[in-house]
Ligand binder design. Structure first.
Ligand code: 4FV
Length: 228
């Protein structure tokens, strides 16, 4: 599942430019029994299988120096702040679960952080692992074309992104907002900030709760209030 993810586009370039190094560890290589069994049925009964402790422990033993992450619905919900935190790590190991999950003793012994990418159930932890690798890698200077890209990100300043447009300026009578064609960068910045505040207030008021506002933002929030 990872070949496509690492062999294309920005991730491939980051690997080729040695900005990130990826080692994929097959847990089955650490199952030393004849049939290389990696899963077994849960104690206490119940549906499905679990990843066994022996192969996983042997695979993780030499990686204890790294930040070990397990992706599961029981984890804390992934967000940009966690991505920024992980960005500071030298080396990250991500356990991508399968079946119903992994033996709890592996989590107790090895896992530093359990992360969920959302309240829904997937067939495996690979896609969550890719999401984490993508969000963290693009923060590494040089991975994205230009540095500015992630400084303009959604959530970079804790707000949702403002609307974006590109050529043509008119399409089937749908016009791009004039302000964006004005060349007045100060006015454009203000318009974008106001749009971000408006959207965040409408769609994600939770993001505004703990947020500190600049004077400028307070003024714009007042305007938005009055324009309702
Ligand atoms: C998941 C999530 C997730 C649970 C059992 C994989 C599945 C299966 N991971 N965020 N949502 N994992 O659904 O991180 O092994």
């Amino acid at each position: 599942m990872f070949s496509g993810f690492f062999d294309e586009s920005i991730m491939k370039r980051a690997i080729d430019n040695k900005l990130i190094e990826v080692n994929i560890v097959n847990i089955r290589d650490y199952a030393n029994d004849k049939h290389q069994i990696v899963d077994d049925s849960p104690f206490g009964g119940g549906p499905g299988m679990l990843l066994k402790i022996e192969p996983l422990s042997k695979a993780l033993e030499s990686l204890k120096h790294s930040k070990i992450i397990y992706t599961s619905p029981q984890g804390k919900t992934f967000n940009q702040n966690i991505a920024k935190e992980l960005f500071k790590e030298e080396e990250i190991t991500i356990i991508a679960g399968r079946y119903e999950g992994i033996d709890e003793r592996v989590i107790e012994e090895f896992v530093d952080m359990e992360i969920s990418i959302g309240d829904y159930v997937l067939t495996g932890g690979e896609i969550p692992a890719m999401a984490i690798i993508d969000a963290v890698s693009r923060l590494i200077p040089g991975v994205l074309g230009n540095k500015a890209s992630y400084e303009e990100d959604s959530f970079y300043n804790g707000l949702l992104d403002h609307p974006q447009y590109t050529r043509p300026a008119i399409y089937k009578n749908k016009k791009v907002p004039d302000i964006l064609l004005s060349g007045n960068h100060a006015k454009i910045e203000e318009w974008r900030l106001k749009k971000s505040l408006e959207r965040t207030k409408e769609r994600r008021p939770d993001l505004l709760e703990k947020r500190k506002f600049t004077k400028k933002e307070m003024i714009l929030l007042k305007e938005i209030e009055n324009e309702k």
